[in-house]
Design a protein around this ligand. Sequence first.
Ligand code: BGC
Length: 373
Amino acid sequence: MKKINQILILLSAALFLSGCNLSKKETVKKELFGTYKGSEVYLLTLTNKAGNVLKLTNFGARITWLEVPDKDGNKDNITFGFDTFDGMIAGDRYYGAVVGRYANRIAMGKFTLDGVEYSLPINNGPNSLHGGPEGWHSVAWNTEILEKAEFPTVKFTYASPDMEAGYPGNMNVEATYTWTDNNEIIIDYMLTTDKKTVFNITNHAYFNLHGAGNGDILDHQLVIKGSKFVPVDTFLIPTGELRPVAGTPFDFTTSHTVGERIGEAYDQLIFGKGYDHTFIFDNAEEVDATVYEPVSGRFMEVISDQPGVQFYCGNFLNGTMIGHGGKPYIYRSGLCLETGHYPDSPNHPDFPTTVLNPGDTYKSKTIYRFTVK
Ligand code: BGC
């Protein structure tokens, strides 16, 4: 009798463990999405215990789908992306991607390190934007599903060769996405180099809490815990000033809709064609920024250890890009909260440094959390 009991216990333990394995495997599904320059591109579907879905692809280590419920429990995808890999290649390659080596702009595509001047591809007026046209958003990263992690987790790695897009140093970069059961996307970045270099890493996801492709984001209520922002010139290059937001349409320290003041005749709104600026985090509280959309009740929180955030509200979108489900991404139909360093920091010694030295490791974490109110 005792023996039978023992066998039964062993059997149920084995069944329980195989059940765990099964559910673990089911939380990250990997399928072929396409090929790019001879490399396989995958679509990774991460399902958390709440049944909500985050889809990633190693092409640009990007988020391409994020399905969360509204206050009535109806689910919708709230981030920009494309149904097919061909659509993604033909479309805007920054959507949802990890951007590097230098996210945002570098003036005239030039910077100097230890007396050596480096030249970068010019792809935005006279400037270099987002690591150039073939930056980290445009390469197939290596993909690793972290089977032993507590939540569905995918680690993307990329070895960026010396002088890629004009930047010195062989750089190893990691972007690890964790999709928690509380509907949080945790992005862990890690960077190393073998030569002194500069970097600025971010994620370029566009969000629309009505659902991607469902109208504009002007009614989204935004809070950014930043009492200063980085003014720019007409080419969106920092002037060097760090301006207090108090008394300006850039004061989001308390909640304002995106649209409330966007049309004001304020110099920075004119230069940016709306909001397209870095806000400097005060870092006084855990949460650095929030977005609330009252119709769906969806609420998004941003938590980051990066020094600031580029708040861009889709001023250059014009409806020509057709995303998931055939929906056009119209003017101001998505907002980005791209955590990172300030634009053009390599040419502004008084900005927080973006230099990375050999032997040093840059580690950073950004969390996007989704709930309803
Ligand atoms: C920039 C915008 C730019 C967009 C391109 C944003 O990070 O701030 O000016 O048009 O990226 O995807």
